[in-house]
Design a protein. Structure first.
Length: 273
């Protein structure tokens, strides 16, 4: 795979909403980020800073107020199968099996391939997330973690240019969360899909990412700092958490978040006085 250092570009990205008085409030204001092809980038920041807003703009789910986003040399202008989102809630259709939920998107994205080829695509995706033996079960028969695996399979089956993960593990217990982190990383190491992860968890960001984008508080949120994570792939969780580098990354992340929180507190105090 040829490495494209500017595979995804966010340039001067702005998202503004009108307030009750008709004035525009810029929630995200001048967000700039470059993502090389095949990299995994996490966006982290305090609640309300605009992390999911950025993801929804690149997914094409909400319009961009100003600036732009380029993916694989093409400026986006709406949703498309080249960018697949996995949300915190898997949103499976309850009357369809795991296989049928994944097949729904495959039929739309691969209209010209044979039924046998579509079946192989779906079975391969479900196998990659460890659901070989559960692909014909309904959502009500699956645990929360298994349902989220279906959501991941539904996205990777479409072979997207970019995978967008909007806190997909946030509702899971810590053990299931770690298991799914490893499932996702194995898939990304194999498929080399360029990935953007929204997370509140510093440890998750460090373990899963090649770089971490730290956002300032909103309104007028933007990139505050980008931290390169230099652990090799594939990742070994036990080895990583024993390194000094892991705790230095963690210290830098928490220091940035604490600084943002202190600035927010100072601003509120000034406004109140």
């Amino acid at each position: 795979m040829i490495r494209d250092e500017r595979y995804v570009e966010f340039y001067n990205l702005v998202k503004a909403y009108p307030n009750p008085f008709g004035d525009e409030i810029k929630v995200v204001d001048g967000f700039n980020l470059i993502v090389p092809r095949g990299d995994v980038v996490s966006i982290i920041g305090h609640s309300g800073c605009g992390k999911s807003t950025v993801l929804n703009m690149i997914a094409g789910l909400i319009p961009i107020s100003d600036g732009g986003i380029v993916v694989a040399g093409k400026e986006i202008d709406g949703p498309g199968p080249d960018r697949c989102v996995v949300f915190q809630a898997p949103c499976l259709l309850p009357w369809m099996t795991a296989f049928e939920n994944v097949m729904l998107g495959v039929k739309v994205s691969y209209p010209h391939v044979s039924a046998k080829e579509r079946q192989e695509i779906v079975e391969s995706a479900l196998s990659m997330v460890g659901l070989d033996q559960a692909m014909h079960k309904y959502p009500r028969e699956l645990s929360g973690g298994m349902q989220q695996r279906v959501g991941i399979a539904r996205a990777i089956a479409l072979k997207p240019k970019m995978l967008l993960l909007d806190e997909p593990l946030g509702r899971l217990d810590s053990l299931t969360r770690m298991e799914l982190q490893d499932v996702i990383l194995r898939i990304l190491d194999k498929e080399k899909i360029t990935t953007l992860i929204i997370t509140h968890d510093p440890d998750e960001a460090i373990y899963m990412s090649d770089r971490i984008c730290m956002m300032t508080n909103g309104p007028h949120a933007k990139v505050g700092e980008v931290m390169e994570i230099e652990f090799e792939r594939p990742r070994d969780r036990e080895a990583i958490v024993e390194t000094d580098a892991f705790y230095e990354y963690r210290r830098r992340l928490l220091a940035f978040l604490d600084h943002c929180e202190a600035e927010k507190g100072a601003r509120k105090k000034k406004q109140a006085s």
